[in-house]
Design a protein around this ligand. Structure first.
Ligand SMILES: [Zn+2]
Length: 464
């Protein structure tokens, strides 16, 4: 073979170069196409997108109490699947505590909800258990009525699969220890019926735990029987909810509980000094306890400045305060919709949660930076972690026997006297057989009790 001709060299050079040019052109076109399609389909991340990758779990919605108050629990008359914003009965002008329906829950991207079995404090020492059972029943029937959209769940592991299937994981909370009637038997049976948290008090003291704002005067804080209630809740896997209890009871419970606690709907006391909110020293204890404070939106709890209306910015302050003080692992959402008569501008009903998450992600000057993972924790992952931890404590205590403690008649007597009631007039249980009223009257200065203790008197007795 002789030396290659110049013409064949040029040919190779040309074809080679052509090839490079072709590849380069192809690549450019490809990149352009990819770039265009990416530009068309991807928009910048918004805070609300975190609610697509983690369930939004709200700790407290009082819709069941509205169902009772308005319909005596006749669900067939409740148009849950319609947008009720302007409804004649359920709309915002007709009903000051109505914020919930299915279309708005969907718009709000709600993935898990505690529906609250609440009964008035005026039922304490009377028919509180009966009324609570009625509320548990209406929640269960309500959830069963809408199987395409709601699903009743009782275990932490069921929350995410339920939410991924497009349904709202629906749970039951009992709000107020008065619903237990000081009975561990009732507590256990509520658990069997699917209740997963009990708030230790509502606005009334129980014979074993003080409600807020009882922190001075004649106080019990958490009594020995109250400790037993907490231990038994730990044993069976019932979440201990400290919203509504006095600040001292918060501290007492956090000192003895064997499982993480929740505040199903409470905000930060140092941002707005309302007694329903959680003081900083307690927040530190919640961090140690691995618990969670699910922030309440109620206007009066988030904004202490009566000269202006509450806004979403107030709620942001509470969330950020808790995060700054004890970290992003201990904060959640507990809106309190349908339980209160006024919500902040911007959080007007259950459709507005996504706006809150968008706004948090903006992270304005002086605010912490919220990542997607942080927002997912706030939305629901923190709560799921706490719920799982409570279940793990329950499992670790399997060898413990159910507690058989019974509150004494004396305790019940004094507690009722303290509320200005006529002790024992509504009770027939045997513990009253042992009550020696003369002894009690002599051992306790009842004038002191009745004068000092009625900081929060919400009960009246007119016989039974
Ligand atoms: Zn409440």
């Amino acid at each position: 073979m002789g030396e290659p001709s110049k013409s064949s060299n040029i040919y190779k050079y040309c074809t080679g170069r052509m090839m490079y040019i072709n590849v380069a052109v192809c690549l450019s076109v490809l990149l352009l196409v990819i770039g265009l399609s990416v530009g068309l389909t991807v928009r910048p991340f918004k805070g609300r997108d975190a609610l697509d990758s983690a369930p939004l779990i709200d700790g407290h919605n009082d819709l069941p109490y509205n169902l009772y108050g308005k319909l005596n629990n006749k669900l067939s008359d409740y148009p849950f699947e319609s947008d009720l914003t302007h409804d004649d009965v359920w709309g915002k002008t007709a009903c000051s505590t109505c914020y919930t329906d299915l279309p708005r829950l969907k718009a709000g991207k709600v993935g898990g909800q505690f529906w609250v079995a609440y009964v008035s404090c005026s039922s304490q020492y009377k028919d509180s258990v009966q009324l609570t059972l009625r509320q548990i029943d209406v929640i269960r029937r309500f959830v069963e009525r809408y199987p395409a959209n709601l699903q009743f769940i009782t275990a932490a592991e069921d929350i995410e699969p339920t939410w991924r299937s497009g349904k709202i994981a629906s749970m039951i909370g009992v709000e107020g220890g008065h619903s237990l009637d000081s009975s561990l038997a009732i507590l256990r049976l509520y658990y069997d019926l699917g209740v997963r948290y009990v708030t230790l008090t509502h606005t009334c003291n129980t014979p074993w735990a003080d409600a807020s704002p009882m922190d001075d005067g004649y106080v019990y804080n958490l009594t020995e029987f109250g400790q037993t209630v907490v231990y038994e809740m730990n044993r069976i896997g019932m979440l201990v909810d400290l919203s509504h209890v006095s600040h001292n009871v918060m501290r007492d419970v956090l000192a003895i509980t064997r499982a993480p606690v929740i505040f199903s709907h409470s905000s930060a006391f140092s941002v707005c000094g309302h007694y329903r909110n959680v003081p900083d020293d307690v927040l530190h204890l919640v961090k140690k306890n691995n618990g969670i404070v699910m922030v309440n939106f109620y206007s009066e709890f988030v904004n202490c400045n009566s000269s202006r209306n509450a806004t979403m910015e107030d709620v942001i302050k509470h969330i950020n305060h808790i995060r700054n003080l004890i970290g992003v692992d201990h904060v959640g959402i507990g809106g309190d919709y349908d339980g209160v008569g006024s919500m902040p501008v911007g959080l007007d009903d259950v459709s507005k949660y996504p706006n809150l998450f968008d706004r948090l992600y903006e992270s304005r000057e002086g605010e912490p930076t919220w990542t997607k993972e942080d927002l997912e924790k706030l939305a629901g992952r923190n709560f799921i972690r706490v719920f799982q931890a409570v279940e793990a404590v329950r499992d670790s205590l399997k060898s413990e026997s159910p507690r058989e403690d019974v509150i004494t008649g004396n305790e019940l007597y004094i507690a009722q006297k303290r509320e200005g009631l006529n002790p024992g007039s509504c009770q027939s249980a045997i513990e009253w057989n042992d009550v020696n009223t003369t002894d009690i009257e002599q051992s306790v200065s009842l004038s002191t009790i009745t004068n000092k203790a009625r900081v929060y008197r919400s009960l009246e007795v007119e016989g039974c």
